[in-house]
Ligand binder design. Structure first.
Ligand code: AMP
Ligand code: MG
Length: 419
């Protein structure tokens, strides 16, 4: 049986970074920039005021103080978005609002707080300047934030709200990013019934489709739901055909030792099995290979196929460990690992058959230290253990277990930032 690392290495060696596409900037969140972005303009495009106040010639304020105001004649008012057609000449000033372009002749702004503004009512014909300012005071220079022609965002960065904002500040409405992978999802099992239907005796609702589609979306992919295949080679092969055009196929179920576990057989017939079984718990029967199909256009293609086990918890854990990094790699991301922390384990965990255990746990920080406790029964069918958990405690395969109080590694599933 191969290790988790070996399995991941194999999967990544069969997944490629996808092509670039043009996207509206608002739709590119979480995608990786595929171009170097240079500034077509200065930001800000012209000198403007950092304050509400008076645009002055700095020399006109010389000697100004609380007890010795310098009076200037107010010749105009300029707001953000418009340009004054007057020039500030010696002895004059223009009222100016934050963001408004600096008028000709002016080289500084005196904020209202440093004038006698508050003592005047209405539109004053003059203003008293109460302090000296140097040339450049309260000005925002053209190009202060970004110089025209400079490299602003480098290819490879992930688009976050700040990058979207910077692109908008440059006037960009579209951007070149690595496209999102299409991930086809097919579940197998004669017992499965779709949600929204009555539940006949002997059947269960299909939950794997929905937890997986949500994870595909969460990590940036586009899920394509193929539905339920029966436990026969024909049904599975027919279902998989619907997903040939995807960048990755994921199935659940049908990879164990049961009579109806046909995923490996189909994979062997339609392509190749790269591995079956990983030394982990839950998720041991996870299978990986590729389907040699043809795209709708008729060109041959190899689609990576991740065959996850059927149990709903195994599905989520193996998805986090194997599907998530593959999706991230296809999107051009570099950091593929979930963040891992060290925590004190509050109860023992026994590792009977020496596999790597990923135990569902609740991680809390108390007094500057993380503590982890199990969510309860760890059966791989108990999906509610995943709703309580925010982390997976890792017990290494070469250890018989961990004792209460040991320091353990915990792979964080989320940081409860939305709770
Ligand atoms: P299998 O690996 O196909 O033997 O499935 C293992 C267990 O997971 C069985 O109890 C199945 O009923 C259950 N299971 C398989 N697929 C799903 C699914 N899509 N949704 C919920 N449970 C499932
Ligand atoms: Mg099954």
């Amino acid at each position: 049986m191969i290790s988790v690392e070996q399995a991941l290495e194999k999967i990544l060696s069969y997944t490629d970074i996808l092509e670039a596409e043009q996207r509206p900037i608002l739709d590119a969140m979480g995608q990786v920039l595929a171009e170097d972005v240079y500034a077509a303009i200065d930001v800000p495009p012209l000198d403007n005021s950092a304050m509400d106040g008076y645009a002055v010639r700095a020399e006109d304020t010389s000697g100004a103080g609380l007890k010795s105001p310098r009076f200037l004649r107010v010749i105009d008012t300029v707001m953000a978005g418009s340009i004054s057609h007057h020039e500030v000449e010696p002895g004059t000033t223009i009222r100016i609002m934050t963001g408004a372009p600096i008028p000709k002749g002016a080289d500084a702004v005196v904020r209202f707080e440093d004038t006698d503004e508050s003592e005047r009512k209405g539109n004053p014909g003059e203003t008293g300047i109460l302090c000296e300012v140097k040339a450049g005071t309260a000005l925002r220079r053209a190009g202060e934030s970004v110089v025209k022609g400079s490299l602003v965002l480098r290819r490879g960065v992930v688009i976050r709200p700040a990058e979207v904002g910077v692109l908008a500040s440059l006037g960009r409405d579209k951007v070149e990013v690595i496209r999102r992978p299409h991930v086809a999802i097919l579940v197998t099992g004669a017992e499965l019934v779709g949600i929204g239907q009555p539940l006949p005796p002997g059947k269960i609702y299909d939950s794997n489709t929905y937890s997986m589609a949500s994870m595909v979306e969460r990590y940036g992919g586009i899920p394509k739901i193929l539905g339920v295949a029966q436990d026969t080679e024909d049904s599975l092969a027919a279902g998989l055909k619907q997903g040939w055009d995807a960048d990755m196929l994921i199935t659940t179920g049908g990879v164990s030792m049961g009579d109806y576990d046909v995923v490996k057989d189909v994979l062997a017939k339609e392509g190749e099995v790269v591995f079956w079984k990983v030394r982990m718990k839950p998720g041991k029967p996870v299978t990986f290979g590729r389907i040699k199909g043809a795209s709708e256009a008729g060109t041959a293609r190899n689609t990576p196929h991740l065959g996850l086990p059927g149990n709903p918890v195994s599905v989520m854990v193996t998805f986090e460990l194997f599907a998530r990094p593959a999706i991230l790699k296809m999107m051009g991301k570099k950091n593929l690992a979930k963040p891992t922390i060290e925590a004190v384990i509050e109860e023992p965990i026994i590792n009977g058959d020496r596999r790597r255990i990923f135990a569902r746990a609740i991680v809390e920080k108390r007094g500057g230290q993380y503590f982890a406790r199990l969510t309860g029964p760890q059966g791989s069918g108990i999906l509610t253990s995943m709703t309580s958990a925010n982390g997976l405690v890792i017990v290494p395969e070469d250890k018989p277990g961990v004792e209460k109080g040991d320091i353990v590694q915990v792979m964080m599933l989320d940081w409860n930032e939305e709770s």
